[in-house]
Every structure is written in C-alpha cells, then in structure tokens.
Design a protein around this ligand. Structure first.
Ligand SMILES: NC(=O)c1ccc[n+]([C@@H]2O[C@H](COP(=O)([O-])OP(=O)(O)OC[C@H]3O[C@@H](n4cnc5c(N)ncnc54)[C@H](OP(=O)(O)O)[C@@H]3O)[C@@H](O)[C@H]2O)c1
Length: 327
C-alpha cells in the first residue's frame, strides 16, 4: 500500500515537472522569480538601442509604463519618434529622449552619443544600458556568407556594442554603479546552423560581458545576459512572419520576452534563457550534456539549412528526422 502511494506521488510529481518543462517560457531560475521588482526600475534612466522596432520597441513600452526615464536609440529617427509617441508612463512621452546613432559608425561618433546620453538627465546619468540592437540575420549556409554581412554583423553586434560599453562604463564607475543588459540569443549558447556568423557574434558578446562583469562587479557594474530563442516580432527580419500560434514550435511573443528581460534585470540575474520548447530543451542539453546536445545539433544542421532555403519551419522537431516541414 505504502509502495503504491509512493509510486502515485512520484508519478504525479514527475508529471507536474514534465508539464512545467514542456510549457516553460524560460529557464528555471528566471521563471521562479515571479514579477518585476518595480523599485529597481522606477525613476531610473534606461538607454535602449534598437528601440525603433521589434523587441526594443516593446522594451521601451514596458520600461516606460514601469516609470523609467528613457533614451531611445537606433538609426531611424522617424521610427524612434513614432515609438516615443506611443509611450505612456510617469515620464512618457514628454521626457523620453531620442538619440539616433549608428553602432557601426566608429568610436568618435559613439563617444558623442555617450556624452549626450549622460547629459540628458543631469545628476543621474544612465542606470541601465540595454544593448538590444543587432544587424539583420538572414539564414545562409556557412560558406555562402558574403564579406559585407560578415563585417556588418560583427561591426554592429560586437564591435559597436563593446565600444559603447567601454565609453559608458567609466561614467558608471565614477557614480559607483550601472547595469548592462545584453540581448544575446539562444544562438549565443548553442550552434545555429544557417546562422553561423550571427551565432559567432552572440557567443562573442557572451564571453565579453561575462568577463566584464567578473572584472567590474566589485565596483558596482552589473551585467544581465539575455538569451532568447525564436521570438515573434513582426519586424520581418527574422522569418518571424511564419508563426503557427497553436504549434509546439511557436515563437514566444515579444511582449513576454520583454517582460522576462525586465524581470531578469530587476532581479540582477547574470544570464537568462527565454524560449518555448524545443529550443529551451536544446539549450539545457548543450549546456549540461554537451555530447548529446552537439550530436543532436549535428543531426539537425543540414536539414535546418535546407528548411530555411525552402522557407520552412527552422525550429521543427521534425528536422531531427530529416523531415523538412514546409509551411
Ligand atoms: N527576434 C528574435 O527571434 C530574436 C531571437 C533571439 C535574439 N534576438 C535578439 O534580440 C534583439 C532584438 O531583436 P529584434 O528581432 O527585435 O530585431 P529587429 O526587429 O531586427 O530590430 C533591430 C533593431 O536594431 C537597430 N539597428 C540595426 N542596425 C543598427 C545599427 N547599425 N546601429 C544602431 N541600431 C541598429 C534597428 O533600428 P534601425 O534599423 O533604425 O537602426 C532596430 O531597432 C537583437 O539583438 C537580436 O539579435 C532576437
């Protein structure tokens, strides 16, 4: 009798855990945190790059509604103005600052941008730097990448982002603190067949920012690295239009991605993963059972590139079995 009871309890527990894992939208630490710590965001100055559309636009809306003071950056000033007009909150839209910048424009022009950003809210400076901008990420085979997109990916995603950090960090250090939130990717944790250069740029960011934190944490510099899987943005640069909302492989909404990002930052988490399955499971496998994780990715790789070529589902479990599902 006791054995039967034990069996039933452990089956129930196992089923509950399995259900939680299958329906998870992020890693266990992140999803156990509950909500945003509003006091960590309200009245703080938050500078967001890539705020003209996609996840950056949604982050701007959510930070504004939590009472943050905002600086919005991207290249397209008209789009930034459009985003600004839609913001509501304690300081929005009137006190939202627009700061157009091109991350690939070199250190002299980024230095000017940092000085302007620091001067927008005198006596405060920038509390949160949200490194969200990224160069477009079309899917191509590893040998078909052209030099232009190779250089631009690294100039924007890595070199520009690192330069901005090197220029801003001294201001933060003089004030005794600041927080970098880095929008990396699941492609910065696992292989991303068909997106090798993009993946390389995100691995580079992870390495740089984890190292930066190790050096500067005692001086008050915090770093939160966010690794999302496929996110529905509607921007059209990431195959995001092809969504089956009922599908196991569906993309997470950019609203939920932004919400989890802000939860992670307000709880000062060092690295978080945000994704539906099966990408989240692959991230766990590659991190904790790399032999199995890399074996799996080697089986998926060529099929994924082929599915991308046919404009199919590049996150389908079917890729594992050579099934190139075309939507
Ligand atoms: N969407 C996803 O499925 C997904 C998944 C994992 C990770 N992520 C990461 O999440 C972040 C946002 O993704 P998203 O899908 O929202 O991107 P997106 O829609 O393509 O938007 C990219 C943003 O970056 C800006 N940008 C591009 N080049 C720039 C440059 N040279 N200088 C300054 N700003 C520049 C763009 O504005 P302008 O064109 O006006 O400059 C735009 O605001 C990226 O870092 C991406 O890698 C996205």
């Amino acid at each position: 009798m006791l054995l039967l009871l034990l069996f039933l309890c452990s089956s129930l527990l196992f089923s509950a855990l399995l259900y939680k894992f299958i329906t998870a939208e992020g890693d266990f630490t992140l999803t156990s945190k509950g909500g945003v710590k509003r006091e960590e965001i309200e009245d703080k100055v938050v500078w967001i790059t890539g705020a003209s559309r996609g996840i950056g636009e949604v982050l701007a809306k959510q930070f504004a509604s939590l009472g943050a003071k905002l600086i919005l950056s991207a290249r397209n000033e008209a789009e930034l103005e459009r985003v600004k007009k839609q913001l509501t909150g304690k300081y929005a839209p009137n006190e939202v600052k627009i700061l157009p910048l091109d991350l690939a424009s070199g250190e002299a022009s980024l230095k000017e941008a940092v000085e302007k950003a620091e001067a927008f809210f005198p006596g405060t400076g920038v509390h949160y730097m949200i490194h969200n901008a990224a160069y477009e990420r079309p899917k191509t085979t590893v040998l078909d990448v052209d030099e232009e997109s190779l250089k631009m990916t690294f100039n924007v995603n890595v070199l520009g982002t690192i330069s901005l950090t090197r220029l801003l960090a001294p201001f933060m250090l003089r004030r005794g603190g600041g927080h970098f939130v880095v929008m990396s990717s699941a492609a910065g944790k696992t292989p991303a067949p068909g997106q090798a250069v993009y993946s390389g740029s995100k691995f580079a960011l992870n390495g740089y920012f984890h190292s930066l934190r190790s050096e500067l944490y005692p001086k008050g510099i915090k770093v939160t690295i966010v690794c999302p899987g496929p996110i529905e943005t509607g921007s059209g640069t990431s195959n995001s239009a092809k969504v089956d909302s009922c599908s196991f492989q569906r993309r997470l909404s950019s609203e939920r991605c932004a919400e989890l990002t802000i939860i992670a930052a307000s709880h000062n988490l060092k690295e978080v993963w945000i994704s539906n399955q099966p990408v989240l499971a692959v991230m766990y496998l590659v991190q904790y059972m790399p032999a199995i994780g890399f074996w799996l990715m080697d089986k998926v790789g060529a099929n994924r590139v082929e599915a991308a070529k046919q404009k199919g589902d590049t996150y389908s479990v079917g890729l594992l079995f050579g099934k190139k599902k075309v939507t």
